[in-house]
Design a protein around this ligand. Structure first.
Ligand SMILES: [Fe+2]
Ligand SMILES: [Fe+2]
Length: 346
C-alpha cells in the first residue's frame, strides 16, 4: 500500500467500515490497550497502602463493599463475554462481523478489569479480603459481601440470562440479557459505583485505584454504547412488525424494573448500611442512578411501553426492604460457607 494513502480511502471488503460497531471496535484497538501490570508498576502501591492504613475500620468497610462488587462483577461480565460473542453471531441480527469484532474487544477488556481489581485488592486491601481466591465456576461462591447484597443476585441472574440468549435464544431472550448486562450492570450499577467512588476519593484519595477506575470507565462507555445499539436493532425490527421480535420492548422494560431493585439494594448496602463514613449520600446516588436509567430507557431507546411510575415504585420498594435488612448477618453466614468451601478445596 502507498504510504500516502489515507485510511479514509481504504477499500471495504466484507467488513463494513461505516458501522457503529466497527467504530467502537477501532476505538477499543486504539484506546483499550492500557496494561494493568504496567499501570500498577508505574504508579506503585505505596501511596494507596499508606492511605489505606490510615483509614478507620468503617471507612475501610465502605471501600471493601464497593470494591467487592466491582471485582465479582468484572469477573462475572468477563465470564459471560463468550456468550455475547455467540449471541451476536446469531441470525437474529442482519450483520454479525463487526459485532463479533467488538465483542472480542469487550472480552479482553473485561478480563483486564478483573485483573486490575485482583491486583489491587490482593496488594492493598488484603486485611479486608482474607477470603477471596475461590473461582465461582469451580465450586466457589462470590465474596461474602457481594453475596449479601443485590449485586450478587444480579450477577447470578446475568449468567442465566446470558446462557439463555447464547444457546438458541430468541430476540426477546437476547433483549432481556442485553438489558441486564449493558443497562443494568454496566450502565447503572457500575456507573453508579463511579459516582460513589468519586465522592469517597474526596476524603480518601487512592491514586492507583483512581487511575484504574479512569481507564475502566472509559472502556465501559463503549460497552454500554454497544449494548444500546444491539437493543435498538431489535426494537427497530419489532416496530417493523416482524413476528419473532414482538415483545422485545416489553422484555427490556421488565428486566430494567427487576434490576433496579438489585441496584438500589446495592446502593444502600455501600452507603446507609455502613453509616456512609465517606459521604457518598444514598439519596444522591439514587438520583444519579435514576438519571442514568432515564437517559438510556427513555431518551436513547425511547421505549413505547415504559411507565416511569413502575420503575420508581420498584426502587422505593427495594429501599424499604434494604432499610430492614441485616446485611451483617448475611455476610457472616457466607463467611462460614466460604471458609468451608475453601477448606474442602485445600
Ligand atoms: Fe468491566
Ligand atoms: Fe463492560
Amino acid at each position: 500500500m502507498d504510504a500516502s494513502e489515507s485510511t479514509a480511502e481504504l477499500g471495504a471488503g466484507r467488513i463494513d467500515r461505516e458501522s457503529t460497531y466497527y467504530e467502537l471496535y477501532q476505538k477499543s484497538v486504539e484506546l483499550g490497550t492500557w496494561d494493568a501490570e504496567k499501570l500498577v508498576q508505574k504508579v506503585g502501591f505505596e501511596e494507596d497502602r499508606e492511605v489505606w492504613e490510615s483509614l478507620e475500620d468503617d471507612e475501610k468497610e465502605q471501600w471493601a463493599r464497593i470494591i467487592s462488587y466491582f471485582i465479582d462483577g468484572e469477573h462475572a461480565v468477563a465470564q459471560d463475554a463468550r456468550r455475547i460473542m455467540a449471541t451476536v453471531s446469531s441470525p437474529w441480527f442482519d450483520r454479525s462481523i463487526e459485532k463479533e469484532m467488538f465483542a472480542s474487544a469487550l472480552a479482553l477488556e473485561e478480563a483486564k478489569h478483573t485483573q486490575f481489581f485482583d491486583l489491587y485488592l490482593s496488594n492493598v486491601m488484603v486485611d479486608k479480603f482474607p477470603q477471596y481466591e475461590l473461582d465461582t465456576r469451580r465450586g466457589g461462591i462470590q465474596i461474602p459481601r457481594t453475596e449479601a447484597c443485590g449485586a450478587g443476585k444480579m450477577f447470578e441472574r446475568q449468567g442465566t440470562l446470558q446462557a439463555q440468549a447464547a444457546h438458541g435464544g430468541d430476540p426477546v431472550d437476547i433483549a432481556r440479557a442485553a438489558t441486564n448486562y449493558h443497562i443494568g450492570v454496566e450502565g447503572i450499577l457500575a456507573r453508579g459505583g463511579y459516582f460513589a467512588k468519586n465522592r469517597m476519593m474526596q476524603e480518601t484519595p487512592l491514586p492507583l485505584l483512581n487511575k484504574g477506575f479512569q481507564f475502566i470507565s472509559t472502556d465501559e462507555g463503549r460497552h454500554i454504547t454497544f449494548g444500546l445499539e444491539l437493543l435498538q436493532e431489535l426494537i427497530e425490527k419489532e416496530r417493523e412488525g416482524i413476528p419473532e421480535y414482538q415483545g422485545v420492548q416489553n422484555a427490556i422494560w421488565e428486566q430494567s424494573v427487576e434490576d433496579i431493585g438489585y441496584i438500589t439494594d446495592t446502593g444502600y448496602f455501600i452507603t446507609g448500611d455502613v453509616g456512609d463514613p465517606l459521604d457518598v449520600d444514598f439519596d444522591d446516588l439514587v438520583n444519579r442512578g435514576a438519571r442514568l436509567a432515564g437517559d438510556m430507557l427513555f431518551d436513547t431507546l425511547d421505549l413505547d411501553n415504559a411507565e416511569p411510575r413502575d420503575y420508581m415504585q420498584a426502587a422505593a420498594d427495594a429501599m424499604e426492604e434494604a432499610r430492614d435488612s441485616d446485611y451483617g448477618a448475611v455476610i457472616e453466614k457466607y463467611d462460614h460457607i466460604y471458609e468451608k468451601k475453601q477448606a474442602a478445596g485445600d
